[in-house]
Design a binder for this molecule. Sequence first.
Ligand code: AHG
Ligand code: MN
Ligand code: MN
Length: 337
Amino acid sequence: MSQITVIEHLLYHQKESPMATGRFTRLLSEMILSGKIINQEVNKAGLVEILGLTGETNVQGEKVRKLDEFANHVLEHRLQRAGVLCALASEEKADLITIPKDYPQGDYILIFDPLDGSSNIDANVSIGTIFSIFRRTSPSHEPVTLADVLQRGAEQVAAGYMIYGSSTMLVYTTGNGVHGFTLDPSVGEFLLSHPDIRTPKFGKIYSANEGYWHYWDEATRKAITYFKNPDNERHQVYSSRYIGSLVADFHRNLLYGGIFLYPADKRDPKHPHGKLRLMCEANPLAMIVEQAGGLATDGINRILDIQPAELHQRVPLVIGSYDDVSRVREFMLRDAA
Ligand code: AHG
Ligand code: MN
Ligand code: MN
């Protein structure tokens, strides 16, 4: 396969993608460089003093790991200076991150989960960075506000993730299909390896943390039982695969077909809508999966239609192969009736 870099690919598809402006290319280049820097640290994490906890807890009430903080710092530092953003929002930070006055401003907004799957870092399991890009809705000369950021996922202009696994990959969409690039360490470039990814209409894999069975509602239990029942419509038992890193579970199901569920559960009354975040996890992956022919809901409603009320809003997530996600929606609708 000829070696096509991300930027070559973006420029080649310039005609179909209004996104391929110089400023977006700059934004993507900075995301790529940040991913390479984070990947370096992830790959040698066991060797340097970067494993373990910082001793702090983040806005999510979760323990912050040194690599979480490192990844967040790299992204904030590089992207604030890229001259293409008017604001950033990180899973790790309570409030909107504005661009210092003396830095060049832009009209894009970047929302990101700097390191997804953090609990797996010390065990050398695949982790990743997830990002979502919007264009501001207010005029460029006005101060950016939360209203610019709290847009429905359908308004995203681009979304993607980097996965630091057996190889390092970048998967992203600008609304014209989903494309995967693999980092060739010998040249330090992400090269096109998975052009125009399409996810199978239905799969043979379901991913859910069944340890929470007793905290799930009846419809969720019926859905999981369906995937385990050899007499289901597919007359096949699905394999259970759950890594505990959303980006890794999602990526496998995107390529092989399958469904990932992080339903609402009754474990934590503070978080009745489950653990995953709408803005920095569900929205970007929902844009990717729909562009690949799949579907993403909160059980019933399309993720990309949800109007966010706050930056760190949680949402139940059912995402993957179109038919499998549609089947779960039927269980949820029947239960809601
Ligand atoms: P993060 O590391 O960004 O906080 O995300 C962790 C998420 C997600 O990656 C994964 O699917 C989920 O946590 C696993 O949660 P459980 O351990 O509750 O199953
Ligand atoms: Mn995450
Ligand atoms: Mn995270």
